[in-house]
Write a protein that binds this ligand. Sequence first.
Ligand code: UDP
Ligand code: MG
Length: 154
Amino acid sequence: METTLVILKPSAVLHGYVGQIVQRFQQKGLVVRGMKMMQLSEGLLREHYAHLVDRPFFPFLLRSMQASPVIVMALWGKDAVEVVRMMTGATNGRKALPGTIRGDFSVSGQENIVHASDSIENAEIELKRFFKPDEIFEYIPSSIVYTYEPDELK
Ligand code: UDP
Ligand code: MG
């Protein structure tokens, strides 16, 4: 089982899409193990988007990610990193397939509603970046036995 990081970006918060997006993840079977609202600092964003700081659009990305508080979520499930990335869709909302979150809620390469960790290694790093250890709750809902077969829970 894996835990992955999702950020509901200002484009989700300001459009009032938070509830619908949280619902999609829960409906899929992912367990919310952490969730909070926070205003992202420039320093945290420079660390989180270190691979993009030299790109010409970076100042716009900074402004976009600071336009409002965001919701950060820790989602737990089997192959959670890959499952959540698939649900997220392609980076550019115009290229993201219908049925994905970006495909259904966005038409922009920047204002694309959600961030999702792209690998197991990055999920671990990003969860530590946004959550203190006591903000992640390692409970297992009793309904889990109707979500997975026993072998999948090993
Ligand atoms: N981004 C952008 N223009 C681009 C590429 C990326 O504004 O040409 C923004 C967009 O919000 C994206 C974020 O930078 O979600 C991080 O980019 P990355 O390539 O890591 O894409 P992601 O992992 O979010 O799909
Ligand atoms: Mg990325």
